[in-house]
Design a binder for this molecule. Sequence first.
Ligand code: SAM
Length: 318
Amino acid sequence: MERDAQADRGYAHIPVMLEEVLALAPAGPAPWILDATFGRGGHSRALLARLGPEARLFALDRDPEALAAARALAAEDPRVTVVPSPFGALAEALAPHLQGRGLDGVLMDLGVSSPQLDDPARGFSFRNDGPLDMRMSGEGRSAAEVLAQSEEGELAHIFKELGEERFARRIARALVAARESGVVFTRTRQLAEAVAEAHPAWSPDRHPATRVFMALRLYVNDELGQLEAGLRGAVELLAPAGRLLVISFHSLEDRIVKRFLRREAQGEPLPRGLPVRGPAPGVRLRLLGKGQGPSAEELAANPRARSARLRAAERLVA
Ligand SMILES: C[S@@+](CC[C@H](N)C(=O)[O-])C[C@H]1O[C@@H](n2cnc3c(N)ncnc32)[C@H](O)[C@@H]1O
């Protein structure tokens, strides 16, 4: 995770890689599309602008504020249906709306939105002080609860595996020692300062708490588990020739997306030497090019899009 995802999404909600998304997404009079990460609807609005009156757009999110924005759009545009759900459960959440019909497109623009990051009350950012929350849906354990309840080994594991933090063990030890001396971590700045104090290797271009915050955010929201389940659900729901587009923002996510798409495009490994005609069993997707990053023009206009990576694939006829 070589990039500072906190900084990456700091801009107002400019939809990332919009041109590339529009080039790959279905258009025309009547496609049915799922925006599985509605956010503030930047991508959704641009998609809707090229769709006809018979088209449908399902606006899914798990954040109450994003859902409020989706409901406002749905009130103006009868093609929009709001689906409050984590995308890890998208197949179940969409089933009643689809009634057997497949989707022509699914978009996942992963991570947190700028409005989430910029609102100190959500607790995602160490740049602005706020309660140590980090829950996208407002449900489940907050970051403060995870910090209060986890053993040193568990915290070290979270920081190392999800934040790729080299000094995970040392930081976990310092936080637990502070806890044992009566400190209760409740604020983002308070945690950032404690991590900074424990971190032995400051770098000029990254706050020393960046990786710990990233790790806690991924953990609190089970973002990688959600991604695995969301990808599986999306492929299930795609109609033949339907397209899956995923924008990721750091290497752990991108690795999951890349491996998933590769597996779906190559099928089950077969014993060597078997004469097989046509696609191997289990092949459900065709890759649409390799992963791509933002254009030079987009980077010039929005340098914080630099860590975005878009991967796309098309559902084969079952
Ligand atoms: C990067 S923003 C999307 C921005 C959006 N494309 C736009 O143009 O406004 C990601 C959104 O996905 C939502 N999200 C992240 N993980 C989710 C999950 N597992 N289930 C549902 N929504 C999720 C977040 O709440 C956030 O609103």
